[in-house]
Design a protein around this ligand. Sequence first.
Ligand code: HEC
Length: 218
Amino acid sequence: MSLRNQPTSERAFATFVLLALATFLVGGLVSTLRRDRLGMASPPAARPRLMAVLEGVMAPNVSPAEVETFRIWIQGGATQAGSGPVEAIVANNCASCHGSGGEYPRLASLQDLRPLVLEEASGGLYAMLGARTLHLVLFPLLFLVAGAGYLRRTRWAGRRILLGTCALAVLLDVGQWWLRQGRPEALWAAWTGSAALTVGMALLVAVVLRELWESKRN
Ligand code: HEC
């Protein structure tokens, strides 16, 4: 059934769902881009994610003395110069599982450790879901729901083209996320992916809302 002929309550529900999907997308993009930008030159977080992980899920892999070594390094500004003891622990205790091609996140160098030091161990929704789940699973899913559930059912002639464009935007974003892991200099790729997703979602929402609420002239 065309979206346009639905009762008002159904159309209000569809509007709510679409806006919720779009809000989630924008929130997720902002959160992962902020995390990326942290990679530049900022001081360690007050309660870095690395410490939360070492005292939490990864506690079996470190002794209390080793946790203390990490803490002292971070309190000293997590500098390259003072990183020797920490790098030794990572090589001994972490690399077996977190080497290239191993468990996520990759911990093969100091560069890989930095984002974990800069990132606040917030219990926020997006932090909990993680950048990988957002980019590889949730963003594609969100476009699938909005595209197949709503855009496809509009009568707008250009809907196929827009659906294809959104699919390309999702592929671009998945690709950039995959390819630029561990390459802070390729942040522009993340911005491109995010911009494509934002434009795609904005157009999709605009087309569907118009279909839902435009007065029935014909
Ligand atoms: C025996 C294998 C193993 C070793 C050794 C290991 N890890 Fe992990 N690590 C994992 C697995 C598996 C996961 C994913 C499971 C999870 O998230 O609970 C993980 C997840 C993580 C995460 C992401 C968790 C999150 O919620 O953010 C970080 C960070 C991490 N490890 C750091 C370390 C550090 C630092 C060390 C060394 C002190 C280390 N790991 C040693 C297996 C290991």
